[in-house]
Design a protein around this ligand. Structure first.
Ligand SMILES: [Zn+2]
Length: 348
């Protein structure tokens, strides 16, 4: 897990793609395109309750509308995985809006997408949808916040647990916090319901993608187990929505070359990571690159226009900082996995 060669390779890939996307425009690299990543969404005036909105803090509906308006004003083409190739062949500036996990609060994006007539992609882990259970990390965050545990310690605990299989994590969570710990407590801490997911998929403005069945890490375990995660999500999503996704967002943004090969063998055409970079066209259209596209997260924790202008600027120190911070985060997470694997191998 903590293979330094892999880490260096990923850092090198991220920086190379970043530099390439910002290089002066050449005939063979005439386009670059951007994929944005969101998780939670809340109304601008909704208070953030203690212990909720773990992850990136979410984006407010008004900031999300500003993001859409920003790119529309600059005449960007909005696209989804199914329209990627035709959008890139027709437009010099393209952007894709993506939401990971499948939170019910993402439904608030739909009126904005409809009003502006732009599409987005919802990457869903159908396990929690079918079980109507909140995501385990939200239960840990909520319960530990209520106990007064320091946020840094909660994040560290969540990163450590994430290396385990989700059924095992569920057992730990239920043992620690009680048998009702994974039940939704508010309207917006829950995943989409099956009916809501079906309705979303029927909207012309939403495309559904695969985010593994129960949000299990796809690396650090057997290839067969990772394959089961992807294929079970595929069959469940197809059963609910009537459509088989062609894209996958790797849980936690973590992937290796084996993950890309696995995604390819499972029939995916597009794979999304959390590497913070622009993507170049046409180099992105190689099968390998299409299965490891970079994305930029945006949240309302910082002023939204400032984040958007940083994205628009050429290669800057702040973008370099984001890329390096992502890699450091991956190194730290892998170190956790390695320590955990060593712990279990000792039979402790
Ligand atoms: Zn996720």
């Amino acid at each position: 897990m903590a293979d330094p060669g892999w880490m260096i390779e990923r850092l090198d890939t991220a920086l190379t793609r970043e530099a390439r996307a910002d290089a002066p425009q050449h005939s063979d690299e005439s386009h670059r395109f951007l994929i944005l990543l969101f998780h939670r969404m809340r109304a601008a005036d909704a208070p953030v309750a203690p212990g909720s909105y773990y992850c990136d803090g979410g984006i407010t509906t008004s900031d999300f509308a500003r993001v859409v308006e920003f790119f529309k004003a600059r005449r960007y083409e909005f696209f989804t995985p199914r329209g990627l190739k035709s959008a890139l062949s027709r437009h010099h500036r393209c952007v894709m809006l993506t939401f990971d996990d499948g939170y019910a609060d993402n439904l608030q994006a739909l009126p904005i997408l409809e009003a502006h007539q732009v599409p987005a992609v919802f990457f869903i882990s159908p396990g929690p949808v079918v079980a109507n259970e909140i995501f385990w990390w939200d239960a840990v965050f909520r319960e530990e916040s209520c106990r007064g545990t320091a946020v840094k310690k909660i994040h560290s605990d969540i990163a450590r647990l994430a290396a385990l299989d989700v059924p095992c994590i569920r057992d730990i969570v239920l043992r620690r916090y009680g048998v009702r710990a994974l039940e939704p407590t508010t309207e917006f801490d829950r995943p989409l319901s099956v009916a809501e997911l079906r309705d979303c998929a029927a909207s012309p403005w939403i495309e559904i993608g695969n985010h593994s069945y129960d949000h299990s890490l796809l690396v650090g375990k057997s290839l067969e187990s990772a394959r089961r995660q992807l294929l079970l999500a595929q069959s469940t999503l197809e059963e609910i929505t009537g459509l088989r996704p062609i894209s996958v967002s790797y849980p936690y943004g973590i992937f290796t070359d084996e993950t890309i090969e696995l995604a390819k063998s499972c029939g995916f055409e597009i794979g999304l990571t959390s590497d913070k970079c622009w993507n170049s066209f046409p180099s992105a259209l190689s099968a390998h690159n299409l299965l490891s596209l970079g994305r930029w997260p945006l949240s309302s924790r910082r002023e939204i226009h400032r984040q958007l202008h940083v994205l628009e600027r050429p290669f800057t120190a702040s973008r370099m900082y984001y890329v390096c911070r992502t890699m450091l985060h991956s190194v730290r997470r892998s170190a956790h996995h390695w320590r955990l694997a060593a712990f279990f191998q000792r039979g402790a």
